[in-house]
Write a protein that binds this ligand. Sequence first.
Ligand code: GLU
Length: 336
Amino acid sequence: MDYQNLANLLYKNTHTTPEYYYEKFPARKLAPGAEVTRTAPSPTGFYHTGSLFGAMIDKFLADKSNGVFYLRIEDTDQKRQVAGAADIAYNALCKFNTKPDEGFMGEGKPQVGDYGSYTQSERLEIYNAFAKRLVELGRAFPCFCKQGITLTYNGVKLTEGKEDVKERRAQQLQELGEIVDHDPCRGLDIADIDLNLKLGKPWALKLLSKGDPDKTFEFVDLIKGKRELHENCKDVVLMKSNGIPPYALAHVVDDTLMHTTIVVRGEEWWPSTNAHLEIFNALGIKPPKYAHTPVVCKLDEETGNKRKLSKRLDPEADARYFVEKGFPTVVINEYL
Ligand code: GLU
């Protein structure tokens, strides 16, 4: 397969490269040992108390090392977005003594720092450059599965409907074992890709995972310590069919260009860490350090057991709750 040709076919309007951005956003001028951390909320309604917990760790690490703590708005999930939610996050950080040094500073206010925009929806051109590079390297391919794929067999066009594709995939998953999830579209040749594009089929970009399901590697998490991780065998989505990247690619690109040194994030991201590391690896980028924080829990009044704070059931999952109830903010900081 001529990957360069494929990259030009898929990203014909993308003329910038990762190198261009590496030059545009050079290393920060900080003393050795200074940590760059960030809180990266998705503006989906309220600022979660668990996010505040993470942000406090971020700020502590940055302050202690004379580093930088910044706020990035991860607004790539358009369906879940709520107007005004980015401001809610910023205001909660300020209220709870966790004001960012850099980044988003409120709607309509100028952002602070040389590594912006700090709002992901304003960075689509940048993501395209990295997506294109992954195609050039043979590490990403377009997936048409949602619509069914059209293929040419001996000069005859045949379309596999969405259900056929799903069935083929289920069969494959069973054969390969659960942790391998190779997408049926990874086998399309360039003529078939061209054909599907000409038919106007929407496509998503997926990672061509190269992991071996029988292999593990050692990974040191700053909180969990040394762990064995399975190599990633999932062709995860890098770009959705609307041209917007999900978290996996967006955070790899942003944390690289913004020079984050420690990603402090919730435990829920731990299972996809191997996929994120594969993306860094495919791009030839050294990943930052990771610290996966435990989820904030409460004692369930009915069962007496500890459980995760629930967005749906617990009003205190929203950091503003404590302000409304009159708790001094330092008490909440201390508790967290
Ligand atoms: N937008 C992600 C979230 O809200 C950020 C995770 C991270 O900090 O990397 O969960």
